[in-house]
Design a protein around this ligand. Structure first.
Ligand SMILES: [Zn+2]
Length: 280
């Protein structure tokens, strides 16, 4: 019975994740407006360049209020057929492959956490947590950016989840620690990029860590609480370091190294780290 609930929830949340991602990416104008106050504060300097540099621009989605639309011919589709991934009535295009991957991935993940429950956590909260992680993971891999509406929902979810399981104080400590630790790494990255621009490569415009990674760490801090956040970030940073370091060594060995190449989306590593600390 529990397995059946896991499968049904997994399928439903996979459809939902797919639609929410498309919606957030299509309505990226909202993200620009929400980034602006951060830019005035000087902290989100790279968020704007991140969004404009990402593939968002090459996708040619010029949608303001017409969501949902076909990803190929951009014609408007009714909400329900779009949600369930029906073919486009105008051009016959199938939905993005991402939907099929999600429809496989999320039920399997939910079955796993049902069979091997994480001690002390309600299964519904874990399903929601994994849905949020999946959304961030996919968005960062596809577009190298975590748009602010997703970040803000994450903060709300993190507060709910954290306060329920760790109490108010340890949740806030966790969030603060996560944000501050990653902000230090972010500033180091910004200094490094400025140095590279000045000395060797003026065209360098990518950042290793985006501001989205800072806000994600804050959210993971709320979710994991204090001191769990330390272990989660440690795993995440270690994993990212090992994999990007490995790729760097391979590229240098093949003599294909260029500074802009090195940039990996970092959020997936942080998420895997945060999930590992919970199940270990
Ligand atoms: Zn179409």
């Amino acid at each position: 019975m529990n397995i059946l609930i896991a499968i049904v929830s997994g399928i439903f949340l996979a459809f939902l994740t797919n639609s929410v991602l498309d919606y957030l990416i299509a309505s990226r104008g909202l993200a620009y407006r929400m980034v602006r106050p951060f830019k005035i504060m000087g902290v989100g300097e790279n968020s704007i360049s991140e969004i404009s540099a990402s593939e968002l621009n090459s996708e040619k989605i010029y949608i303001k209020n017409e969501f949902p639309t076909c990803h190929t011919c951009h014609i408007k589709i009714k909400l329900l057929p779009y949600f369930f991934g029906c073919k486009c009535p105008a051009c016959g295009a199938s939905p993005r492959k991402r939907l099929w991957i999600l429809l496989l991935w999320m039920p399997l993940l939910f079955i796993y956490v049902t069979l091997f429950p994480i001690f002390g956590f309600r299964i519904a909260d874990i399903f929601l947590l994994l849905t949020f992680y999946t959304m961030v993971f996919v968005m960062d891999v596809e577009h190298r950016v975590i748009l602010l509406p997703l970040t803000l929902s994450g903060v709300l979810f993190g507060l709910y989840f954290g306060i329920h399981y760790h109490g108010v104080l340890y949740t806030l400590y966790g969030g603060l620690a996560g944000g501050v630790i990653m902000l230090l790494f972010y500033w180091l990255g910004v200094l490094y990029i400025r140095q590279v621009r000045k000395t060797s490569n003026p065209a360098m415009n990518e950042v290793a860590l985006g501001f989205g990674d800072v806000t994600l760490s804050l959210i993971l801090g709320l979710i994991l609480g204090w001191p769990g956040v330390l272990g989660g970030l440690f795993f995440g940073i270690l994993l990212g370091g090992v994999i990007s370091g490995g790729m760097l060594i391979v590229k240098i060995a093949l003599k294909k190294y260029a500074p802009n190449d090195l940039i990996l989306p970092y959020a997936p590593f942080l998420i895997i780290g945060a999930f590992l600390i919970m199940i270990l």
